[in-house]
Ligand binder design. Structure first.
Ligand code: NAD
Length: 323
């Protein structure tokens, strides 16, 4: 298979590319290596991917349709439609960042996805698998979240941009028959993870003996998903290539935030000083995924509990930071 994978230097894009390359697919990565978090981490991930001969990386921006067009030409050249997929993971992430930088979520997430959809249509690609988010559930009081719940009530620009992507993809399926699968990821963590996310921040604060900022007074609950489980769900979606679906990809277990913190402390062998703060704007008290649909249709089967996944992250973290 030939796969154009956007966001290949990102956390989930890196792991997904690596898994695809290892099973023998050709991956054309596309990423702008932006400075939302340290681009050195993105370059390090990309260096690992560059070692595979079936990988090429094109540096470019989703907003630049001409640049994207050239990458589509490269992917489609000499390939049969059924052997091609676009796996669109590039986005401006971060619920909190979306409060101060709303324009990036409109231009990169909604505008960028629109370019991807237009080019999927123009080049008649085999299918589009794209990243949505648990954030589309907003502050729904119903739990666990299942795909049929109403997602009209958004509490962040980020969630809104992901909900917009689901609608955009659906329209392109209805109008042009494009196969699209949206994946609602639930708080993904693991080695090579994102420095702006809780696990990385907690590890930094504890290691540097700085107070840990714990929002929601520590009373939040999250469905955490280990990266290997997410990658298995993405690969299954690429292979199944359903006409027009949305799936929850979660860890299938909701954890108390303070249990998560305690597991980080245990893995690091060190306790952290805690500063309890109120909920941040745009955040939700709880996320909880019902993954029955993904189990049934994708064979999705999340296996890694935080007691196993967090130590794997910490092992990588210590090696990466030479601690
Ligand atoms: N990590 C999570 O817990 C999580 C949860 C829900 C949804 N998601 C979604 O999954 C996807 C991947 O997330 P991630 O955690 O790997 O984030 P990430 O920030 O590590 O990766 C995103 C990559 O996209 C690139 N990018 C951003 N804007 C771009 C643009 N305009 N043009 C080209 N490249 C661009 C970035 O440089 C980055 O390398 C995103 O769509 C994100 O919204 C992630």
């Amino acid at each position: 298979m030939r796969i154009l994978l956007t966001g290949s230097a990102g956390f989930i894009g890196f792991h997904t590319s690596k898994a695809l390359l290892e099973r023998g697919d050709t991956v054309i990565g596309f990423d702008n290596f932006n400075g939302y978090y340290d681009p050195k981490l993105k370059r390090r991930r990309n260096e690992i991917l560059e070692k595979y001969e079936n990988f090429t990386c094109v540096k470019g921006d989703l907003k630049d349709k001409d640049a994207l067009k050239k990458v589509f030409e490269k992917m489609m050249e000499g390939s049969k439609k059924e052997d091609t997929r676009v796996c669109h993971l590039a986005a401006q992430a971060g619920v909190r960042h979306s409060i101060d930088h709303p324009e990036e979520f409109i231009s990169d997430n909604i505008g960028g996805t629109q370019n991807i959809l237009d080019l999927c249509k123009d080049f008649d690609t085999g299918g589009l698998i794209y990243a949505s988010s648990s954030s589309v559930y907003g502050d729904t009081k119903q739990s666990p979240f299942h795909e049929e719940l109403n997602t009209d009530h958004q509490v962040s620009l980020y969630g809104m941009s992901k909900k917009a992507n689901e609608l955009q993809a659906s329209v392109y399926h209805n109008l042009f028959g494009l196969h699209t699968t949206g994946l609602r990821f639930f708080t993904v963590y693991g080695p090579w993870g994102r420095p702006d996310m809780a696990l990385y921040l907690f590890a930094n604060w504890i290691s540097k003996e700085e107070p840990m900022q714990i929002f929601g007074q520590g009373k939040m609950r999250r469905d955490f998903t280990f990266i290997d489980d997410i990658v298995a769900g993405i690969l299954a979606s690429i292979d199944k290539n359903y006409p027009n679906e949305v799936f929850n990809l979660g860890g299938d277990k909701t954890e108390e935030l303070m249990d998560y913190v305690a597991t980080v402390e245990k893995s690091l062998g060190k306790k952290g000083e805690k500063e309890f703060l109120p909920m941040q704007q745009g955040d939700v008290v709880q996320t909880s995924a019902n993954v029955d649909k993904a189990r049934k249709m994708l064979g999705y089967d999340p296996k890694t509990h935080i007691s196993e996944g967090i130590p794997k992250f910490i092992e990588w973290y210590k090696e990466y930071h030479k601690i």
